[in-house]
Design a binder for this molecule. Sequence first.
Ligand code: NAP
Length: 257
Amino acid sequence: MSSLKTDPFDITTSVPLITGGGSGIGFGLLEQFLRLGCTKVLITGRREHILKQAAAKYPNKVHYLVSDAGSASDREALLRWVTENHPDCNALINNAGIQRRVPLVEETTEWTADRAAEIEINLSGPIHLCSLFIPFLLKAPQKQAMIANVSSGLAFTPFVGGPTYAATKAGLHSYTMALRWTLEDTGKLPTKSNLGGGHDFGEECEDVCKTVVEGVANSMLEVGYGMADKWRLVGDRDAVEANMHGVGEWVHVPKWS
Ligand SMILES: NC(=O)c1ccc[n+]([C@@H]2O[C@H](COP(=O)([O-])OP(=O)(O)OC[C@H]3O[C@@H](n4cnc5c(N)ncnc54)[C@H](OP(=O)(O)O)[C@@H]3O)[C@@H](O)[C@H]2O)c1
């Protein structure tokens, strides 16, 4: 847990918009918001049947829009949908993300669509959505509003098994810190970042999401979990290097020879 603190965030009156909220961590966050008394959650994703399933589990509480965080026109349409249909939305949670586990030695020489998409979905998308939603969130009817960007422990330790993924998360963390500084005097928008755990590290999704949403409710400006929470606090370059080697050996990442 971070020592960075802000005002407690009132979950009961909040109306969060969670990108990629139909499954995985996004859906876990949705359930934790509802558990803590929130009555309305907005979610997006690319597959309608997943969103439909999530909404059916919580009738009248969960509303969805099929929307690709990797498409600029979808991001603009998302702001229009929220403004027109859900003006009470007061939190943007940039959760949608993908991970290409392709070590550099196996990487193509071509700039393929999936290579570009990883950067667009994980980094450009959240940055654009922040720009789009800040003016809207500053006018939220509640006293508070929030932007939370889901990064990763791999923002703090380069991931040799998926170097571009880790780079997008490091970029998102850096951007989020600047965003937090920029918004800190508005009295409206404490910015949260850094949910973590790591794909194969065995953290239970529900435990991670519970820690994160409770952290948000309890004034935490940055919330980490498990290994991500340890890595987040490492400032020693040698230790970061050692962590990187450790993960590379653990998942047997090949090298050029
Ligand atoms: N799992 C971990 O250990 C871990 C650790 C650290 C950080 N994270 C981060 O946590 C976030 C969620 O990951 P997860 O583990 O829950 O992954 P996941 O199980 O693959 O779920 C991702 C969700 O995001 C949606 N999504 C993916 N691309 C999207 C796009 N372009 N536009 C809109 N929605 C999109 C997916 O739905 P559709 O495919 O239908 O769009 C899905 O609902 C990501 O940002 C990830 O980097 C995860």
